[in-house]
Each structure stands twice: as structure tokens, then as C-alpha cells.
Design a protein around this ligand. Sequence first.
Ligand SMILES: [Zn+2]
Length: 414
Amino acid sequence: MHNTTLEVLRCPYCGGRLELVTSLYHRREGDEIEDGILGCHCCIFPIVSGIPVLHLQPAATTARDHVQAGRPELARRTMFGLEDERHAEAFEAIAASETATYREIVDALGPTFEGGYFLYRFSDPTYLVADAVVRAIAGTVLARGGRAVDICGGSGHLTRSLLGLSPAPPVLADLYFAKVWLARRFTAPGCEPVCCDGNSPMPFARGAFRFAMCTDAFMYIWTKRQFVGEMMRLIDGDGEAGAVLIGHTHNERAWCPSHGQPLSPAGYRDLFETLEPRIFAEAGLFTDVVNGGPLDLSRRDTDDTLDRDTALSIVATRRTDVFKPHPLDLPSSSGELRLNPLYETKPDGDQVRLRLRFPSEDYEEEYGACRQYLPEEVVVNRASLAALESGRLPTELLDLARRLVIVDLPKNYY
Ligand SMILES: [Zn+2]
């Protein structure tokens, strides 16, 4: 954690500033705090492997005791949920390897860590819409400065979309330590990870951000009213007006296989007391993205359209320049262009046959809309694929990159 991050952190319970307790065990490297104890008016919290843990769940208090006793490695094991000694050692050996991939580390965390479909995340329809919406809004409100926060951002797949747009490093907040740790190492290098509880007040100062977002998680939050109030507080700064985005939240009016406690569009609207939010049905945004743009945020979906969609995106801001059509630019690659892992390869002479294969029927049911841009089968030259593997995108494959048969993945992703 960078020293300057202390400027935006506040205790979620007393709202007080947090300071490193230098009389207790701590380790610093330059401007970074590696391990230590943060204190406010009411309590103390640990920093574990550079990640402030700002909640009081059992693992956090155990980790705090370990840090206080000068045992940072045990604090880290606790936060990763590695209780068995042999499992912990095996995980640490893999985590210590510079060439370890995201996939290997997820596997090493074991079956209790929900890795889910992360491998396919960068081409699923939900991600595509969210990435476009995040880039459009963050690109607008952060154009002249400010900072972004991704709340309940998991392992940072959308924090990644903020990297080139948030002038100050984006903050990624999530309850799961392992996820934000993975994000900092792989998915969104350069972000500032914070571990906190989305059902508690947020551990940040008023006005610390100009853009606050939460994507694909809000339906799992029980304290929705508090959560929205907190997001509005985070962007309540002195400078230019900011924006709040709640992306991909499920709709109580339309059935969907995932769990959660979704609200109706009217219910979501009522959460915003000080600002009238605009609610978008995801289907319309998805069509915009599949057609190559523009992403039209000037649209006003009817109540009927909203009621019928399984997922909604909610935008609250005083800035009128957000609600317009936004061109969709192919973002420049910040990682590695690789073959989409949804494709199975079959060599055929000088050519290679690529076939779309879903990992499971469940995946196909939830994300089958990807067939609208992912072709069933393509044939490419073996030489072009070899060029891609050596880090160059041959002209022949440009169109496949647009169609996400070739995806921009974090370095060492799989
Ligand atoms: Zn406090």
C-alpha cells in the first residue's frame, strides 16, 4: 500500500483517519507499507502483504494478531484462508514463482476459492457491456483528473478497464483478500487493493473519488440503501461533478439463474435520494457493443423495456456529457493478445481449425449470447498463430481480434 493511500482511507466504523502505528510491528519499503497496523479513534486494522484489511470478520482479527506479534507470513495465510500447513506451503511455492500464471494460482488456492469462469471472463457478454460502459463514463468524468474506485470488484477484471483512465491509481475494494491480491499481481497491476465489507460503510473519505462503480455484485449486497448513499458520498468532492455506476445488477422482474436479492427498476430508483438515476436495460447496450458502437447512453429505456431485461445498469451523475453516444475504440493492448481459451485448436496442414467449445452447459446457458460475435469455427494460418504467440498481431488476425477470438489478456493469465 502506498503511503499516500492513507489520505483517502477512513475507518468504516468511526470515520476517523487511519495512521500506521509505528510503535507496533511494521515493514516498509520506500513509500510502500508492506505489513503493519493501522489505528483510528475506535480500533486497529492490519495491513497484510501491502493490503489494508478494513473489516472485523474473524480472519481479519486473527491476521491482526499475527501482524502485531510480528508474524506477517501467518497473517497472509489466514487472509488467504490457508489453514492446512501443507496446502499453505504448496500455495506459497507457486505464488513465489515469477512465472506462475493466474490460473495456476487459482488452482493452488483450491476448490473452496471460487475461480468460476474467470478464464473466459474477457469475452463474456456481461463483461463486454460493462467494459464499454465503464470506459465511456470513466473516460468522460475523469478526463480532467480525479480517481476511480471499483467496489466489490473481485479480482479486478473491470478495474483493468480503469487503468488508463484514472489519473490516480484506481482503488479496488473487495471482501476477498485473495481476489484483490490476484488483481494487483495480474489483472489490474498498479491498482491499490483494499479489503473491506460491502455491507458496512465504505472505508474512504468523502469526495475521495470522481468515479465510483460496482459491477456484477450489487444484487448480493443486503444493505443496498447504505451502499448507494456511500457511493454518493465518495464522489461528493469540491471539484467537477463525478458519477456513480452500478453495472449489471439483476432485475427482480425477470428471472435469472444466479442468486442474490435483486430489486425492481423502481426499487433501484428509490435508493437514490439526492439524484435521479438513469437506468439502462442491458440488452440495448449489448446490441450497441455487438454492432461496434456507438454506445448510446442518450437512450431512455421505457419502463416496459426495463422490466423485461434480466440485468440493468444504473448511472447517477449531474454531468450531462455522460448521456450521449460514445464511440467504442479498440483499447490498446495492455497485456498479451492470445487465443480465446473458448477455442479448441486442431492443426490441419498449414492451417489450424479453431472451434468454439463451451466449458459447460451452465456456461452456455448464461453466456450463450457470445455466439453473436464469436464464430462457431474459423480457419487460420499456422504461421499467423505462431506470430501471435511471439507477441505480434498479424493483419490476417485483426478481424478475429475485433470478434474476440483473439483477446487481450493480462500477462501470465493462463
Ligand atoms: Zn474507527
